[in-house]
Structures are given as structure tokens and as C-alpha cells.
Design a protein around this ligand. Structure first.
Ligand code: FES
Ligand code: FES
Length: 212
């Protein structure tokens, strides 16, 4: 019978973890039992991720890992080594301007104390990526696992509907800009060709006139 030798791991042993958070590569050395929520908040100083119940009930700690919402208080940091993570800080623009989902929550009063808000924002972001025009029932189902102690859910659902409108407007705006740019390019190219023809035509005419 084969004998197995177990090598004890020092209690304070650490592991290298590299993650891409909001598009930026971040590295840390963590104990095996370091929670992702602690990695984000304490090691990487991204305190936008909130921790409420710390045992998977409230959803305040929700972040996106490879685009999927997960509860960071139930996830060890070593489990997401190499992954791409989106936290609430990643929803704003590069200039700090609020993103469309954040603007919708502000506009529709989808928060009061704001403690639960990062989790709801990330759940809504995930939902709208999958269902750009969700019904109120779909929104309620998607957000049903997260708890809010003060706002109530009516305004949160309204906020997600509004976010869907803002995202649709942005998409239409981008499509309109791209179409306008294409038209300008085509017009410029056409004018270039036309100029040549005009010049030739003018030359012909002047030649004809000169010739009599
Ligand atoms: S803090 Fe993670 S689910 Fe409540
Ligand atoms: S806004 Fe206060 S807990 Fe949701």
C-alpha cells in the first residue's frame, strides 16, 4: 500500500494572486483563506465593494468576475487568480463621470443610504448586458437575491428600466455618430474624385473655348 506523506503548509503561507480589476492588472500576496471582498477592500483599497452580512445573504458585496455576478464574501481570492473583475469603481467613466446605470439610480432615487447600491448596480449591469430591454418582472427576478434595508424595491426596479433607456440612447448615439462619420468620409472621397473630374471638365471646356 502506498504511503502518502502530507507536507504541512505554514499557517502564514501566502499565495501570489494577479487579477485585472476594472481593466488594470493588480497583484497581491494573500493567505489561502483571504476573501475576495477583503482583497478588494483591504489589499487593493477598492472600498466601493461593501460587505454587509458576510455570509452570502445580502448581496452587497456583489462584483462581476469574467462578467458573472458573484458574492465576493463567499469567494477566496486565490479562486479568481488570473480573472477579470469589475467593481463599482469600474462603472464610472475614465474622467470619473457616472456611468448610465449609476446615473439612472441617482435620477430615479434608487438609493438612500447607498450601502446596498454597489451590489445592485453590478447586478443591473449584468442583467442589461444580457437583456438590454428587460421587463419589470425580469428585473425583479434578476435583483431578487439582493437586500435593501431602506429604499424599497420599486425605485430600484424603475432605476434599472431607466438605465435600459439611457444605454439604448447611448448605443443609438454611437451608431448615429459612426454613420455621420462614414457619410463625411464618403462625401470627402466623392468630392476628391469630383474635383478631378471637374478640373478635367473645366480643362476640356477651356480647351474647346480656346479652340474656338
Ligand atoms: S456581504 Fe456578501 S452577501 Fe452579504
Ligand atoms: S439604500 Fe440603504 S440599504 Fe439599500
Amino acid at each position: 500500500m502506498t504511503e502518502h506523506v502530507t507536507t504541512p503548509v505554514a499557517a502564514d503561507a501566502t499565495h501570489d494572486v494577479v487579477v485585472t480589476v476594472n481593466g488594470v492588472a493588480r497583484a497581491a500576496q494573500v493567505p489561502a483563506r483571504r476573501l475576495l471582498s477583503d482583497l478588494l477592500r483591504h489589499d487593493l483599497r477598492l472600498t466601493g465593494t461593501h460587505v454587509g452580512c458576510e455570509h452570502g445573504v445580502c448581496g452587497a458585496c456583489t462584483v462581476l468576475v469574467e462578467g458573472e455576478p458573484i458574492r465576493s464574501c463567499l469567494t477566496f481570492a486565490v479562486m479568481v487568480d488570473g480573472a477579470g473583475i469589475t467593481t463599482v469603481e469600474g462603472l464610472a467613466g475614465a474622467d470619473g463621470e457616472l456611468g448610465p446605470v449609476q446615473r439612472a439610480f441617482r435620477e430615479c432615487h434608487g438609493l438612500q443610504c447607498g450601502f446596498c447600491t454597489p451590489g445592485f448596480l453590478l447586478l443591473a449591469t449584468d442583467l442589461l448586458a444580457r437583456r438590454p430591454d428587460p421587463t419589470e418582472v425580469e428585473i425583479a427576478e434578476a435583483l431578487g437575491g439582493n437586500l435593501c434595508r431602506c429604499t424599497g424595491y420599486v425605485n430600484i426596479v424603475r432605476s434599472v428600466r431607466r438605465a435600459a433607456e439611457l444605454l439604448a440612447e447611448e448605443t443609438a448615439g454611437r451608431a448615429g455618430t459612426a454613420a455621420a462619420e462614414l457619410l463625411v468620409e464618403e462625401t470627402a472621397a466623392g468630392e476628391g474624385t469630383g474635383d478631378g473630374r471637374d478640373a478635367e471638365g473645366a480643362g476640356d471646356a477651356s480647351t474647346r473655348e480656346a479652340g474656338g
